[in-house]
Design a binder for this molecule. Structure first.
Ligand SMILES: Cc1cc2nc3c(=O)[nH]c(=O)nc-3n(C[C@H](O)[C@H](O)[C@H](O)COP(=O)(O)O)c2cc1C
Length: 176
């Protein structure tokens, strides 16, 4: 069964970009994929900051990345880019860790001014790590990410449509 890794780049405990990530994963065909989840928060902060290549948790993440056929990434925009801790995690992966993986990048940001953070900041790094099949990114404004009284994610129809289209492209690419 193909494996689509869910990769969260947010250091926040109550993360909107991570909520979107799980929601998007829920749009995958029910029986078709395994969907392991990895967050920058899975790695002890010291291992992340001090670039500990011998970290046991890192070994596990490296194995999960190696196993993946596709990767669904979601990260917040920080300073017109993605969080430094996410870059710290990418720095701990092998130089060619993303070779042969289909990648769907997503980002949430406070302003539309940083809409191109996916293309200008995230994609070049994914490319240098070997990714050659990076799908059109999905950018969502934080203000468009709402939760109801039960904590359930509420998204506008237009965002749902973009997520559906992105997930469909990911599924087609992984299965081709
Ligand atoms: C340190 C920091 C820097 C941020 N910088 C930007 C920015 O440059 N542009 C932007 O659109 N949003 C910026 N934001 C807002 C976040 O991108 C936005 O709230 C995002 O949805 C948070 O996602 P998260 O809950 O998954 O962390 C920043 C937020 C923080 C905490």
């Amino acid at each position: 069964m193909p494996d689509i890794l869910l990769l969260s780049g947010s250091p926040s405990a109550n993360s909107r970009s991570e909520a979107v990530l799980h929601h998007a994963a829920g749009l995958l065909p029910r029986q078709g994929f395994t969907t392991p989840f990895v967050s920058v928060r899975d790695l002890p902060p010291e291992d992340l900051v001090l670039t500990k290549f011998d970290s046991p948790q890192l070994k596990q993440i490296q194995a999960q990345v190696a196993q993946a056929d596709g990767i669904l990434i979601s990260a917040p925009v920080y300073k017109a880019s993605y969080p430094g801790v996410f870059k710290a995690l990418l720095d701990l992966l092998d130089q060619d860790a993303l070779t042969g993986k289909v990648i769907l990048p997503m980002a949430t940001g406070g302003t539309l001014a940083h809409l191109l953070a996916i293309d200008f900041a995230m994609k070049p790094v994914l490319s240098v790590m070997g990714a050659t099949h990076i799908l059109k990114g999905i950018y969502i404004l934080s203000a468009q990410i709402q939760f109801d009284a039960d904590g359930k994610l509420q998204l506008e129809a237009e965002i749902e449509e973009r997520l559906q289209a992105g997930i469909q492209s990911l599924v087609e690419a992984v299965n081709s």
